[in-house]
Design a protein around this ligand. Structure first.
Ligand code: MEV
Length: 330
C-alpha cells in the first residue's frame, strides 16, 4: 500500500507573474502532505482526510455519483482539494489503462489548505505518485510534476503555472519560467511563516490579476516588473546575498499589493515582521489571506508575528531539498 509525501513551498519571488511567463523562484519547505493509496477490488473511491476541517472528512463515490457528493463543511478549499485528488487518481488510471479502478485514499497534511504554502500541489503530486505506484506504473519525479501541472491547470480552469507542482515534486529551490523548470543552487535557508487562519481562492485571485492586467497598462507593467525583480533575486540567491534577497522580497510584496492580491491581515503580519527586524517579508502564494513568509527566523520575528493581531499561528520552517518521497506507512 504505497504512501508518498511531498513538500509544501514558499515563494521567494514571482507568484502570479509566473502565470504569464515571467520567472518565479519557489522553495520547498520541511512541512509536507502525505497520501496513502490502496487499490480496491470494486470501482468505488473513498477519500479520507482526518486532519482537514473540524472533524475530518470522508467522501465516497462511484461511477456517475459525483453530483450526489456533499461536503460538510462545504468549504471551497476543501471541495477544491477533493477535486485535485479525484483528477490525480484519474491520471493514474489513465496511465495504467484501468479507467474505472477504485481506490481508498488517506490524506494527512501539515499545510493549511489554500494558505499559500502549496497544499494542493503537494497533495496532487503525492497522490499521483502513490496511485501510480499502487497500479504498478511508477513515474519519475519530473513525470509526476508534469502530470501534476496538467491536473492543477484543469482544476483551476487554466489559471496555473508549473511552479507549485514542479517545486513540490522536485524539492529544493527551483526556477520556473513558462515550461522551463529547473533546480537552482541555494545555501540553506530558514524562514518564519505567519498564518492568518484564512485561505485565498487561487483560481479567483489569478483570474482577478488577469482581468487587471488586461484592463490597465500599469498592471501589465507591474507583472513584468516582478519578472525583472525575480532575475535580480536569482543573482542574489546565487551570491548568498541575504540583505538583497530581503530587500527584493519587500519590493515583491509591494508589487503584489498593487495587483490587489494582498489582504489587511497579510499586510499587518508583513509590517510586524519588518518592524521586528526581518530582512524581508512578503505574502506567499496566491494571497487574499493565508500566509506570509520572512527570510530568516529570528526569535524577535516569530515573537512579533505571534503577537500580531491578525496572526493565528507563526512557525519556523526551512528549505527542504527533498521533493516527493516514498514513506513507510501512514
Ligand atoms: C499559487 O500558489 C501561485 C500562483 O502563481 C498560481 C500558479 O502559479 O499556478 C498564484
Amino acid at each position: 500500500m504505497p504512501v508518498s509525501s511531498a513538500p509544501g513551498k514558499v515563494y521567494l519571488f514571482g507568484e502570479h507573474a509566473v502565470v504569464y511567463g515571467e520567472p518565479a523562484i519557489p522553495c520547498a519547505i520541511d512541512r509536507r502532505a502525505r497520501v496513502r493509496v490502496r487499490r480496491r477490488e470494486d470501482d468505488r473511491t473513498r477519500i479520507t482526510a482526518p486532519d482537514l476541517g473540524l472533524q475530518g472528512l470522508t467522501v465516497e463515490y462511484g461511477d456517475g455519483l459525483e453530483s450526489d457528493v456533499e461536503l460538510e463543511p462545504p468549504a471551497t478549499a476543501i471541495g477544491q482539494l477533493f477535486g485535485y485528488v479525484d483528477m490525480a487518481l484519474d491520471v493514474a488510471r489513465s496511465i495504467a489503462e484501468v479507467p474505472t479502478h477504485g481506490f481508498d485514499v488517506r490524506i494527512e497534511s501539515d499545510l493549511p489548505l489554500g494558505g499559500g504554502l502549496g497544499s494542493s500541489a503537494a497533495v496532487t503530486v503525492a497522490t499521483i505518485d502513490a496511485a501510480t505506484r499502487a497500479l504498478d506504473v511508477p513515474l519519475s519525479p519530473p513525470e509526476v510534476a508534469d502530470h501534476g501541472y496538467n491536473t492543477e491547470y484543469t482544476v483551476q480552469d487554466g489559471n496555473a503555472s508549473r511552479a507549485d507542482t514542479f517545486c513540490s515534486a522536485i524539492g529544493g529551490a527551483v526556477r520556473v519560467e513558462g515550461d522551463d523548470c529547473r533546480s537552482v543552487a541555494s545555501a540553506p535557508l530558514s524562514f518564519a511563516v505567519g498564518f492568518d487562519g484564512g485561505a485565498g481562492d487561487t483560481a479567483a485571485l489569478v483570474a482577478g490579476v488577469r482581468d487587471l492586467k488586461e484592463t490597465y497598462d500599469f498592471a501589465a507593467a507591474t507583472v513584468s516588473a516582478i519578472g525583472g525583480l525575480v532575475r535580480a533575486g536569482q543573482m542574489a540567491l546565487a551570491e548568498g546575498d541575504r540583505a538583497e534577497l530581503g530587500r527584493l522580497m519587500n519590493v515583491n510584496h509591494g508589487l503584489l499589493h498593487a495587483l490587489g492580491v494582498s489582504a489587511g491581515s497579510l499586510d499587518q503580519m508583513v509590517w510586524a515582521a519588518r518592524s521586528a527586524g526581518a530582512n524581508g517579508a512578503k505574502l506567499t502564494g496566491a494571497g487574499g489571506g493565508g500566509c506570509i513568509v520572512t527570510l530568516g527566523a529570528a526569535d524577535a520575528v516569530t515573537t512579533a508575528l505571534q503577537a500580531c493581531q491578525s496572526c493565528e499561528e507563526a512557525f519556523r520552517t526551512s528549505l527542504d531539498t527533498d521533493g516527493i518521497r516514498a514513506e513507510g506507512s501512514l
